[in-house]
Design a protein around this ligand. Structure first.
Ligand code: GLC
Length: 535
């Protein structure tokens, strides 16, 4: 199939791209078994092209027991049969490229599944064997080795150690089904370099790196001491050497990386983005920022300032498969990091959240750099309440039930209002229940409605592609009333967002490109509304 990439497609596409995250299991179900699959994605490529996204990031689609939604990989060279086959993935990559859409795959280097051949061999082997050296096996503490080797807390609550029948313990920063690899072992490095080549050879344009700052562990796995620097397993200096060697592989294929790097220290964060390391990393600071003009402006300024010295473009993310969906989050009264966290029964005003999410869409799409969109965000989906007995996320169980987990943002998409299961799949009910009142969110309901979230995203993404002033490039702040943000991009583009209760006067302009909601009768910008203007 001929590849028709747009004329502006250059090696630098990733500096400005709008990238759509596909959580395969919940995107579209081609074979009707209740689980999304590659056939489903292929059937929706037209929709994605029309939406105007330039790349797709697929969360892990490899063979996996799905103990953590696929972030427990049993074999990187096999597509999970629930999703399809390798041949089908290759077809999908080529078909998407034919529509000008690149593919990014997700690599999870910190750990593998406990069903991975390496871990099974390690369990079958003896303490001290070479098979166990690929992981972190240790004797326990205490008189009989009955206590875990150290005190590290799990990212999923609980301990990071599980004991095997011969008495040794193995380390898992996440669930017990996700044993951590030993990155000091050359075979671990070699295998991941081969996996990168495997996927670049199949035409992918980029790789997302899961938990990118956690791979290296301090020698001896010392206990964690509050305030300790360096931390025993977050952001160790050795990581940069790993990513430098990955970069040489990506460069052979013109491939790019996006790292999942959650680090509060912006200087440390930027080190991953040096010119010979990762191309980009997710900007979680912006995602976790409450809907407040001063805090948002600070977050944007800090983001741009931390990226500038290393010459890397920023990324803007409002949502992903790990956090509360945007409209629900913005409909809540909450501040600080908890803002992005999951919670049971937090009161939410969805109309308010939707208005703000529309304004936030225009804000993030106008900022310099690349932007990530999570499936369903373009439909304005809220976080779903999952009945307790249907929850699947290990985060819920490992918190002892206090955390609802992440299933509420992973519910299968509604495609058509009238079809069974909203057109997600035709036969068996979806793997997670869809709320009963989702007709209005269905893509086919929104398609012809110029006031829908889908129409807003389509128009905005279209303008973002055709207006050269958007994407990577400079940003200049403009004077704005209290509680509003205003900035100019190149080519006379301006974006104004009003978060204040009183409506805001618009700056002088020659025309409107797009508004997230109706203006006041006197042409002022109401609260929680954003506008794109031409100077
Ligand atoms: C990342 C993923 C998350 C997963 C975790 C462990 O944070 O985004 O979904 O549970 O890594 O792999």
């Amino acid at each position: 199939m001929a590849v028709i990439l747009p004329p502006e497609a250059t090696a630098d596409w990733w500096r400005s791209a709008a990238i759509y995250q596909v959580y395969v299991r919940s995107f579209a179900d081609g074979d009707g078994d209740g689980t999304g699959d590659l056939a489903g994605v292929r059937s929706k490529l037209g929709y994605l092209a029309e939406l105007g996204v330039e790349a797709l990031w697929f969360t892990p689609w490899y063979l996996s027991p799905l103990a953590d939604g696929g972030y427990d990989v049993a074999d990187y060279r096999t597509i999970d049969p629930a999703f399809g086959s390798l041949a089908e993935a290759e077809k999908l990559i080529a078909e998407a490229l034919g529509l000008g859409i690149r593919t990014i795959v997700d690599i999870v280097p910190n750990h593998v599944s406990d069903q991975h051949a390496w871990f099974r061999a390690a369990l079958a082997a003896e303490p001290g064997s070479p098979e166990r050296e690929l992981f972190h096996f240790r004797p326990g503490r205490g008189e009989h080795g009955e206590l875990p080797p150290n005190d590290w807390p799990s990212q999923f609550a609980g301990t990071t150690w599980t004991r095997v029948p011969d008495g040794e313990w193995y380390l898992h920063l996440f669930a017990p089904e996700q044993p951590d690899l030993n990155w000091a072992h050359p075979a671990v490095r070699q295998e991941h370099e081969d996996v990168l080549r495997f996927w670049f050879e199949r035409g992918v344009a980029g790789v997302r790196i899961d938990s990118a700052a956690l791979l290296a562990k301090a020698p001896g796995l010392p206990d964690f001491v509050e305030g300790q620097d360096p931390h025993p397993y977050i952001d160790l200096d050795e990581l940069h050497d790993i990513y430098r060697s990955w970069r040489t592989i990506a460069d052979e294929y013109d491939g790019i990386f996006v790292g999942e790097v959650w680090l509060p220290d912006s200087e440390r964060f930027a080190r991953y983005l040096r010119p010979d390391e990762l191309h980009t990393a997710f900007n979680f600071n912006f995602l976790s920022c409450p809907w407040d003009a001063t805090l948002l402006r600070t977050s944007i300024e800090e983001t741009l300032a931390e990226h500038a010295p290393v010459g890397a473009p920023a990324t803007w993310v409002l949502c992903n498969h790990d956090v509360t969906r945007t409209v629900t989050r913005y409909g809540r009264e909450a501040t600080g990091f908890d803002f992005a966290a999951k919670a049971f029964g937090t009161p939410t005003d969805l109309a308010l959240g939707t208005r703000r999410a529309r304004a936030a869409a225009l804000l993030s799409l106008a900022l310099p750099g690349a932007v990530y969109l999570y499936q369903g965000e373009e439909l304005g989906l809220p976080e779903a309440e999952i009945p307790l007995q249907r929850i699947q996320d290990p985060m819920h169980f490992r918190s002892g039930g206090s955390d609802p987990g992440r299933d509420g943002c992973r519910v299968p998409l509604p495609w058509s209002a009238e079809a069974p299961h909203y057109g997600f799949g035709s036969v068996r009910p979806p793997w997670l229940p869809q709320p009963e009142d989702w007709e209005a969110y269905a893509a086919d309901r929104q398609e012809g409605d110029p006031s829908s979230m889908l129409s807003l995203y389509r128009t905005a993404l279209g303008l973002r592609r055709t207006e050269p002033g958007f994407g990577d490039g400079p940003l200049r702040w403009l004077p704005a009333p209290d509680g509003a943000l205003a900035f100019a991009r190149e080519d006379g583009l301006m974006c104004v967002v009003n978060l204040a209760a009183q409506s805001a006067e618009l700056p002088g302009h020659t025309g409107f490109l797009l508004v997230s909601g109706p203006l006041d009768e006197d042409g002022r910008l109401p609260q929680d509304t954003a506008v794109w203007l031409r100077a």
